[in-house]
Ligand binder design. Structure first.
Ligand SMILES: [Fe+2]
Ligand SMILES: [Fe+2]
Length: 361
């Protein structure tokens, strides 16, 4: 039976076609031959992130930030952020594949005017007390170790009315929302929002995960809690460490949750706090989610695909997706790590996988 193609033309001998001319000509049709594809990310045997494991040393970043404090005017202060750029993803503004982190300095008297955006954000407070973030009419006072949410489309403004500089880490889903081409930004009608409720009222209302206010209706996809205060987090870690050894891969680890769903704080980002008991060397594992860790307390190292990341207090480091990693607390005190991840995204789409691996160190 003669071979025919769909347009009825029988394939001729290969020699009759000038292959080089054919491939060179394809560009003008904006097509590429899949059979000559050399991008290993297209159909890999397993994922390999372009992001690389990396540590940003707090003392180095802080010194640069303080110089920026002298350089940048109060009007530009809301953008006084040193963005943590992953060396494998530069020049993209990406700290991990779907996640961003930056370190921000807010000097006494400075405010960031009211605005909102589709990208979701939170702040993890590193230094200073007395600044506030107002979210949808409620001010949350910020203290070191607090996590303050400014979710997708929530109006927010912040100000530092204390007499000391505030430094916090911003965590956002910017790389993801940039790829989705779904970000919007709106400036508010006022510089600061009117206060609709007493300051810190949701923090007090949702003070325990066992008791939710039954009269509250909430139909938003993120947590109604604005501030997860360090005082509560620290107390929980302390008591849990007395009773439990936690997960073999992560020690005593808690997820910050939306009290209404028990799920992640936001649809695009999960946030965790973990204590690695003294001298713990965790088992190794890998998962499709990426993580950005912030060292709250302690010293240790994380081995990521054979690269050793030494870390100490307030350093930030990243663990790319599907990299094999294990944590080592090198000290005789618990080490405490805060992390944010893209787990909710991968789980929602059915792409979250995890497996145990042999240790590397
Ligand atoms: Fe914002
Ligand atoms: Fe992990």
């Amino acid at each position: 039976m003669p071979r025919t193609s769909i347009d009825g033309i029988a394939p001729g001998p290969a020699a009759a076609i000038d292959a080089e001319q054919y491939y060179a000509g394809l560009d003008s049709f904006n097509v590429e031959p899949l059979w000559r594809n050399t991008d290993p990310r297209l159909l890999p045997a397993e994922p390999k992130s372009r992001a690389v494991p990396h540590v940003w040393r707090y003392q180095e970043v802080r010194a640069q930030l303080m110089t920026a404090g002298r350089l940048i005017s109060a009007e530009e202060a809301e953008r006084r952020v040193l963005m943590l750029i992953n060396p494998g993803l530069a020049p993209e503004v990406e700290t991990a594949n779907n996640l961003y982190a930056g370190i921000q300095l807010v000097l006494p008297g400075e405010i960031a005017p009211m605005h909102k955006h589709a990208a979701a954000a939170f702040r993890f407070v590193i230094e200073g007390s007395g600044a506030y973030t107002a979210v949808d009419g409620e001010r949350a006072h910020m203290r070191p170790g607090d996590i303050v949410l400014t979710p997708s489309w929530a109006w927010h403004d912040h100000g530092n009315f204390s007499d000391e500089p505030m430094v916090w880490m911003d965590g956002l889903d910017l790389p993801l929302i940039k790829k989705l081409e779904a970000n919007f930004f709106v400036n508010g009608p006022e510089r600061a929002q009117d206060e609709l409720r007493p300051a810190n009222s949701t923090e007090r209302l949702y003070a325990t995960s066992r008791l939710n206010p039954a009269w509250q209706t909430w139909d938003k996809p993120y947590s109604p809690v604005i501030n997860y205060p360090w005082s509560q987090t620290e107390q929980l870690l302390k008591t849990a460490l007395d009773d439990w050894s936690g997960s073999p891969t992560d020690g005593v680890i808690f997820e910050f949750t939306n009290p209404n769903s028990g799920g992640p704080i936001m649809p695009t980002m999960g946030a965790y706090i973990q204590a690695l008991p003294a001298r713990m060397h965790t088992q190794a594992h890998q998962h499709t989610s990426s993580a950005i860790y912030h060292v709250v307390r302690g010293r240790g190292r994380t081995v990521v695909d054979g690269t050793v990341l030494d870390w100490s207090e307030h350093d930030t480091f990243t663990v790319p997706g599907w990299s094999v990693h294990e944590h080592i607390n090198t000290e005789n005190e618990p080490a405490i790590l805060f992390s944010h991840t893209d787990i909710p995204v991968l789980k929602a789409l059915g792409f979250y996988w995890e497996r145990a691996c042999p240790r590397q160190a």
